[in-house]
Design a protein around this ligand. Sequence first.
Ligand code: GUN
Length: 282
Amino acid sequence: MSKILDGKIVSAAIKDAVSKEVETLKNNGIGVGLAVILVGDNPASKIYVANKKKACEAVGIKSFQYLLDESTTQDELIELIHSLNSKKDVNGILCQLPLPHHIDEQAVIAAISPDKDVDAFNNLNVGKILIGNYDFLPCTPAGIIEILDYYGIEIEGKNCVVIGRSNIVGKPMAVLLMHRNGTVTICHSKTRNLADVTKNADILVSAVGKAGFLTEDMVKEGAVVIDVGMNREGGKLCGDVCFDEVSKIAGYITPVPGGVGPMTISMLLKNTLTAAKRQNGR
Ligand code: GUN
């Protein structure tokens, strides 16, 4: 039976540290604020945005929410972002993805000032991450590294397999594992003989978005299995991994819920704090 990697514990430790630093800044007359923009009414996005607001408030970060109508134009959205770029009490800006189809996501991400880009999705920040000289790390991959560190799981020299090549998770995850001297393979929908590759993984990250995708026969005995899936089946949240069968053979496994999910939010808070400190010369 595998050991559970509990994201709630790791996340609580990070939130606690952020909360203390936010308090110290406040005592020095510096507030910390995050603006979150949601366009439209995607039900999952609405839940994520509400959770972000709650998490901000719990650590003393001021949350500014912009819940915009589905019909908002790209120009209107970019205009809002430009106004937030110049607001002193807004240290971080996050525009919840996905955006409605009539809006070009890359144009919107590019409009966010790199100093306030707490998702680390902006071209400049992506480039800085690639060369290993960054200010912010993308929240989900950075949260996964935090979990591995917390549980003392060594990355150096390990065979790391990432399933999924998205800009938000798969690609930056591969880069962060490389920075830690992991030997990294990225798999995707066109990968041939996927199970042959995943069977070789010491650390296996699944970011596919399909419930029941990762089965026991795809996992090496003793592997570390990280489930990034956030799938809803009949209103129930579940990951990509068939937990019951894979947890019998994996060495470590993240549950869904309670694994990677809580880490994404705590890393967002950490990035917002970093942004506030940098903007105030700290
Ligand atoms: N949608 C799903 N995950 C994320 C995230 O980490 N940031 C943003 N902005 N949108 C998302």
